[in-house]
Design a protein around this ligand. Structure first.
Ligand SMILES: N[C@@H](CCC(=O)N[C@@H](CS)C(=O)NCC(=O)O)C(=O)O
Length: 206
């Protein structure tokens, strides 16, 4: 095996952040597009927890957390600022409230969608404040925290686009548009058919 293998799902925000990190790092991988209801046996063998993304390196190492894929692929010069704190907040409380806002009836005893939405807005207040001082979350360049958080902010925004657009956070709006219009994001969202064992390899990245 010459290239790493990435098990991925196009619409998964964790997989998006991993794909963006691989793209900006110029790492070419064999991409295996997964359907979560029909996960490949090989993926479950190497990573029984069954979540995407999963990256299998040529030496047999399995990286099965999106953040670890990002840290492995992105140059250390992009591990800057308070990325740990921002990603912990995103993957913790932000994601908790995002899921309960978007899929409220799947949860027992949730707050109302509006209450969950308000908790997310607390994060946006902080992001917008950071983005008042610099064009990206941790400074003048697009780095780890931006790639890690943008897919989740996008998911929130797409849940009720006109409500999101009316929020008084111009710097956050500008940042999200910039991230989504970037070549990296567009390239990471190219569609691939579901991978089946025996298919010809499909490559992703340069
Ligand atoms: N902590 C994991 C979370 C990944 C994750 O939850 N991915 C979702 C898709 S967006 C998934 O695979 N869900 C399937 C499941 O939980 O069974 C990471 O950062 O990679």
């Amino acid at each position: 095996m010459e290239h790493p293998i990435l098990y991925s799902f196009r619409r998964c925000p964790y997989a998006m952040r991993a794909r963006m990190a691989l793209l900006v790092s110029g790492i070419r991988v064999e991409l295996r597009e997964v359907l979560l209801r029909d996960r490949p046996a090989h993926m479950m063998e190497i990573s029984p927890k069954g979540t995407v993304p999963v990256l299998l390196l040529p030496d047999g190492t399995v990286i099965e957390e999106s953040l670890d894929i990002m840290l492995w692929s992105l140059d250390e010069s992009l591990h800057v600022g308070e990325w740990k704190q921002l990603i912990n907040g995103n993957d913790g409380d932000f994601k908790h409230h995002l899921d309960r806002y978007k899929y409220n009836n799947r949860y027992e005893n949730p707050l109302t969608p509006e209450e969950h939405r308000n908790h997310v807005v607390e994060f946006f207040t902080m992001y917008n404040h950071r983005l008042t001082n610099s064009p990206y979350l941790c400074g003048d360049a697009c780095t780890l925290a931006d790639y890690a958080l943008a897919p989740f902010v996008r998911q929130f925004a797409n849940t009720d686009r006109s409500w999101f657009d009316k929020l008084p956070f111009p710097y956050l709006h500008q940042w999200l548009s910039g991230m989504l219009e970037s070549e990296t994001f567009r390239d990471c969202m190219v569609k691939h058919p579901q991978w089946k064992d025996g298919d010809e390899p499909v490559f992703f990245g340069s």
